[in-house]
Write a protein that binds this ligand. Sequence first.
Ligand code: C5P
Length: 401
Amino acid sequence: MGVSGKKILIAVSGGIAAYKIHFLIRGFVKKGAEVQVIMTPDAEHFVTKLSLSTLSKKPVYTDFYSDNGTWNSHVEMALWADVMIVAPCTANTLAKMVHGMCDNLVIATYMSAKCPVFIAPAMDLDMYQHPSTKQNLKLAEDYGHFIIPAESGELASGLIGQGRMAEPETIAKAVEDFFNSGHTNKSLEGKTVLITAGPTYEAIDPVRFIGNHSSGKMGFSLAEEASGRGAKVILISGPSSQVINDKNVELHRVTSAKEMLAKVFEFYENADIAIASAAVADYAPKEVAKEKIKKNDDSLTIELIKNPDILKTMGEKKSHQFLVGFALETQNEEENAKGKLEKKNLDMIVLNSLRDEGAGFKNDTNKIKIFTRTEKKEFALKSKDDVAKDILNFVENQLLK
Ligand code: C5P
């Protein structure tokens, strides 16, 4: 597959490494890609529009307007691209990107882009080491961008260390690997994804129940995202006001943990990926009163018995499925999450801590950490839709290993 036929937008900012971009463009064009180059005004001090446009076979833009009065639409270029590569990405351009300082064509185009973004930073040793650069690279990663780290060696300043832009072959390989890895919009085509969502309600009598505040939003966002990537989705949700109108999502509404368990095992065998985001009640009343319980006495005791652990049962019966659990913790978060990963025989666990503001049950946002047996990744506070993207990106990367 590679880059043949792909539309590649290359944004060049003003660093000496800009001279290497000629080789990157030439390599892509030779492999059949279409390349559009844009530059920051400073980049013109290092490379000429003429050399870049000769190689890319397209006009190169640095400004919103060309001399002949034509408008160089940043939105059009951004939406045209299959990928955007910012290389070299200077400390200045990186900072502007992650903080939305939209004062030139490159940043305006970047901010309009919906495609994957690759960033190849290039700067001097101390700039690369600076906490602000580190923080900005982390932010860029949190936005879902791919960072192609700078390499070590002799820098233009004469200093020796990390800061040299990755070689054009390294950048090209990262982009080609991306296209080859099936990170296309339909990256889950042919897969069945089973998702549990929402709370469960455990009846006490005909009108009362034990429940929790789970909204179901995280599970519904996961279902939408998985479906968008081409998967067939079986969404099993406890009582929730969330709705979904998607022909690839088969929604089954259940009430109690027992019902959820039964429904899950109707579909588990055929699932490729199973994600348990439901907040299942741990206990249910031993007996459900047939009639509404009257308030005759001063106190009322309800005996509770343990509910089935749906996820643990999925772990016990796991054959080929990639199994993902959630952990919502208030103390010893990481230790407890990792414990659950082992105890429930999971492949991956998503931890959200109630200590983090904006994370958890009722919010539209979430802040997560993901653990596998060997890896840990922490993410910034994001909308649940964006968190769903991070989770599925992580799952897809694990499946490729
Ligand atoms: O053990 P704990 O309830 O903290 O584990 C949380 C994870 O287990 C979540 O993924 C949740 O969906 C799942 N779970 C389950 N059945 C239960 C309890 C939790 O599937 N009875």
